[in-house]
Design a protein around this ligand. Sequence first.
Ligand code: RTP
Ligand code: MG
Length: 147
Amino acid sequence: MERTFLMIKPDGVQRGLIGEIVSRFERKGLKLVAAKFMRVSEELAEKHYAEHVGKDFYPPLIRFITSGPVFAMVWEGDNAVALTRAMIGKTNAVEAAPGTIRSDYAVHTNFNLIHGSDSPENAEREIANFFRPEELVDYELTIQRWI
Ligand code: RTP
Ligand code: MG
């Protein structure tokens, strides 16, 4: 079983899309392991987006992600990283495939509603940045036997 870190960004929260987005992962058959409604500090934002330091879009990206509350989550399932990236769609909403979250609800690259880890290694790092070990809930999701 693989885990991934997903985060509904401030635009998704402001637009009232938390429920819509969360329900897609529930219906897919993934298991919710942790969730937190929170603000991202400057320090946490810089840690999370360290790979983008120096790029043109980095300063506005940090301003955006710290501008309002986010909904941070950990989800688990076989191939959870690749599956959720496919459900989220490409960074630019114009290129995102129809039926993906970004295609269905986003217009701009800068306001693309949700973050998803891009590798299992990054998922582990991001989960540790946002959650303490005891915040990850250990339980059996019985429906996963059928998925
Ligand atoms: P995320 O990390 O937020 O899930 O998005 P991603 O993997 O699809 O895209 P990534 O390359 O990691 O970029 C992080 C966020 O920076 C903004 N961005 N803007 N103007 C641009 O060319 C550009 N490229 C990236 C996006 O908001 C993207 O989600
Ligand atoms: Mg990324």
